[in-house]
Design a protein around this ligand. Structure first.
Ligand code: NAP
Length: 302
């Protein structure tokens, strides 16, 4: 058994992402002990049944007490209250990290509450599925995926290195981005695709009944893939769009312009414009395949 990276790890929120990293820590002995915190009995009972933690509690401050690493794995809108609740219980030298999909607002929500001597290392695994809860996790989720660390200026390097080491052991490649830059990149690679999927599935839902039934029947023609993405967690995605409002609206503006251009090309029968775009996008797909990002361990990542 390897030496634990952390004596005591606290997971605040233990759904898909929290339970997946808990499984990795259990499998490889990376944590001396794990404490899990969530709001509901259903979650905590599942955590105990799956043996993902040594202790479970609904009290975030109690969970964080004496922890060497506290990882926040809840929807991003909860961060401010959680940071405020755990602040007084954190021991000097503790590392607080997170896995949230939006980083500028995560930093803004957490940092002001943390006492001196506690290090915040914000992070985001570019891995996931449309499923939620502790049962949905699996220990290979992060393999061959990126883990993005978005440290604010002045973040303790030793704390960054320890968080980085944990995710490397989970099989991820590590990269570093400014929080605002992260949010812009993810707005186009993840947030907009989800918004489009939610929109298409929503549009289909509003169709007249006789068309709607055919849409489901023949969904393999493309619609099916959108329904999988549009099945992603409603609370998590509500928070992502609200917390990353500026970057999403910027990218949405550009998309709307391009969509209007395509609308016009179709109306006037400008096949060259369409074909030229489709050739360029096919090249992008080749780039994704060459970068090894085309086969998700499970359906989709956020
Ligand atoms: P999830 O499966 O829905 O799990 C959320 C967990 O947080 C549950 O255990 C929930 O349990 C708990 N929780 C919610 N509010 C809480 C609160 N106020 N205090 C304590 N516990 C609370 O969500 P997830 O997919 O793991 O996502 C977690 C985070 O990872 C989000 O910030 C998301 O942006 C990020 N992320 C998700 C993905 C993805 O594809 N899913 C990928 C990368 C990053 P109770 O309901 O019992 O409280």
């Amino acid at each position: 058994m390897t030496q634990p990276l952390f004596d005591r790890v606290t997971l605040i929120g233990i759904g898909l992402i929290g339970s997946s990293i808990a499984r990795v820590m259990r499998r490889d002995g990376l944590a001396g002990s794990i404490v899990a915190c969530a709001r509901s009995d259903a979650t905590l009972n599942a955590v105990q049944r799956l043996n993902l933690a040594d202790k479970v509690t609904k009290d975030a401050a109690e969970a964080a007490r004496d922890a060497d690493l506290v990882m926040i794995c809840t929807p991003v809108s909860t961060y401010g209250v959680i940071a405020e609740t755990i602040a007084h219980a954190l021991k000097p030298g503790a590392i607080v990290t997170d896995v949230g999909s939006v980083k500028e607002s995560a930093v803004a929500a957490v940092m002001p509450h943390l006492p001196d001597g506690v290090h915040f290392v914000p992070g985001h695994p570019i891995a996931g599925t449309e499923n939620s809860g502790p049962e949905a996790g699996f220990d290979t989720l992060f393999e061959d995926r990126w883990f993005l660390i978005t440290p604010p200026p002045g973040t303790d390097q030793a704390a960054i290195d320890k968080v980085s080491e944990l995710w490397s052991r989970a099989g991820s490649q590590i990269d570093y981005l400014e929080p605002a830059h992260h949010d812009q990149v993810l707005a186009i690679t993840s947030h907009l695709p989800h918004l489009i999927a939610y929109t298409i599935v929503g549009t289909a839902t509003d169709l007249e009944d006789h068309i709607k039934s055919e849409v489901i029947k023949y969904s393999a023609s493309g619609f099916r893939d959108f329904t999988r993405i549009a099945a992603s967690d409603p609370v998590m995605w509500r928070d992502i769009f609200i917390e990353n409002r500026d970057a999403v609206l910027e990218m949405l503006g550009r998309l709307s312009e391009d969509l209007a251009g395509l609308q016009r090309a179709i109306r006037v029968g400008d096949g060259n414009t369409l074909e030229e775009l489709f050739r360029r996008t096919r090249e992008i797909r080749r780039g994704v395949v060459e970068a090894g990002q085309h086969i998700p361990p499970a359906p989709e990542e956020d």
